[in-house]
Design a protein around this ligand. Structure first.
Ligand SMILES: *Cc1c(COP(=O)(O)O)cnc(C)c1O
Length: 460
């Protein structure tokens, strides 16, 4: 019997959820300036704010942590991690770092030397974009058109538009491109996968012009699972084979291990075969992250990462993982909640702009939905729309909106059961019944950049 989305684990340790009342939550939200990011986590019932560092480690990971070698130099844990990385990715060089943005910090500046001041992607993640920009570079996203239409049924909405990317390379001049980076899966556009064919095509373009091709590898295993499910010729390949093939098409990667490697903290840089770049990475890791054999992590973190990398690639786990998110998305869609479709790998992206057409972008429909969901049901999502990605134009003083008004329901790995997901679906039933009455918000305090984490709002 095929057990669709059944949790392939038993629960040995539990963390209580404290139940709050609607009245209590209304007060908590007001105190938090109507910004769910400012609510204490113990006042949240189901926390779908992010899938980053929020996963539950396995008994094998906890057991491995007890073997952590905390030596400053040459820890056994480091060598165990290297062995696992070599086996999975087939590269020559790996550097652990404390998280994904540390990998970006260590690597990117080395690739933006001299004239090389541009980078191209299927869609930059926000910290990736920030690190490229801190290094003085200008970046361009070339998602496929289908990704910008939430209703378009397309299997690989994470793909890069190869022709548009090549045209840009010719326009700027290949000698000025620091790197091309493929984000697997494409987080900004809904956890959407990239096909192997698209990786081959962009790899051929990178070779043709002598440009470094990187992978932003946070969700490399979920991407491989989608390739196996959806791409002709990959059904009979293992996740390990698909991962190998994918990484052989690139020259290096940065990874936030807080996603598919199921650790609470950690990251990696990988370089296929480039002694100069390795040397550069070592030179930057020591001042920023610490000595090369620990890279900003404790020995026990290296152990948990070595185990988590493999667990994250387990087929039965991935089937449950992607299946759980898919099932949540389908239940919401069937009820009439508009979402980015097909459902992505790590979360359901609700199209709040479509759900609440009475609220204009500059009154933040995604925030209105996030806040109602919290007060009504204690569920925390995160707005990925004009509140998060929009900004005030310094010249006109007016709000510049985001292309889409999403509320992201990011699902932590191995944390919530199917009945928790059923609870979330029920919460939306309540929202649908009163959606026409929901009103927007205005910002009363904000920072000029990354305002979403700290801004305070007032209901209109
Ligand atoms: C999370 C993430 C990062 C940054 O990683 P951190 O571990 O949060 O620093 C980079 N790229 C993608 C695609 C991510 O999802």
């Amino acid at each position: 019997m095929e057990a669709f989305a059944m949790e392939p684990f038993k629960i040995k340790m539990v963390e209580p959820i404290r139940i709050t009342s609607r009245e209590e939550r209304a007060g908590i939200l007001e105190e938090a300036g109507y910004n769910t990011a400012l609510i204490r986590a113990d006042k949240v019932l189901i926390d779908l704010c992010t899938d980053s560092g929020t996963g539950a480690m396995s008994s094998s990971q906890w057991a491995a942590m007890m073997l952590g070698d905390e030596s400053y130099a040459g820890a056994a844990s480091y060598y165990r991690l290297l062995d696992v990385c070599r086996e999975i990715f087939g590269y020559k060089f790996f550097q652990p770092v404390h998280q994904g943005r540390a990998a970006e910090n260590v690597l990117f500046e080395l690739l933006f030397q001299g004239e090389k001041k541009y980078a191209i992607s299927n869609a930059f993640f926000d910290t990736t974009r920030a690190h490229a920009q801190f290094a003085g570079a200008q970046v361009f996203d070339f998602p496929v058109k289908e990704a910008l239409d939430s209703e378009a049924d397309y299997p690989f909405k994470g793909n890069i538009d190869v022709d548009a990317a090549e045209a840009k390379i010719k326009e700027i001049g290949p000698g000025k491109i620091g790197f091309i980076i493929m984000t697997l899966t494409n987080n900004a556009l809904g956890g959407q996968p990239v096909s192997m064919q698209n990786m081959k095509d962009i790899s051929a373009v990178a070779r043709k012009y002598g440009i470094t091709l990187l992978i932003d590898a946070a969700r490399f295993a979920e991407n491989a699972y989608f390739v196996k499910q959806r791409e002709a010729g990959y059904r009979d390949k293992s996740i390990a084979e698909i991962v190998r093939e994918t990484f052989q098409l690139a020259d290096g990667f940065t990874m936030s291990a807080k996603k598919d490697a199921i650790v609470n903290i950690g990251g990696l840089v990988g370089i296929k075969d480039n002694p100069d770049l390795e040397r550069g990475v070592i030179g930057r890791v020591i001042p920023y992250e610490g000595f090369i054999t620990y890279g900003g992590l404790a020995g026990r973190d290296l152990e948990a990462l070595a185990v988590g990398l493999k667990e994250g690639m387990d087929y039965d786990y991935l089937k449950y993982r992607v299946g759980q998110v898919e099932r949540l998305g389908h239940a919401l869609r069937e009820m009439g909640v508009p979402i980015q479709y097909p459902v992505g790998g790590h979360g359901v992206f609700v199209d709040a702009g479509k759900l609440l057409p009475q609220i204009p972008a500059d009154e933040f429909p995604g925030v209105a939905l996030a806040n109602e969901l919290y007060v009504d049901a204690g569920v925390r999502g995160s707005e990925i729309g004009s509140f998060c990605l929009g900004y005030v134009d310094p010249k006109t003083g007016k709000e510049v909106p985001a292309p889409m008004e999403f509320l992201r329901l990011a699902v932590p790995r191995r944390v919530y059961t199917q009945s928790h997901m059923d609870y979330v679906v029920d919460a939306f039933r309540g929202i649908l019944a009163k959606k026409n009455k929901l009103k927007g918000y205005k910002i009363v305090w904000q920072l000029p950049i990354l305002r979403y984490f700290t801004a305070r709002l007032k209901p209109l």
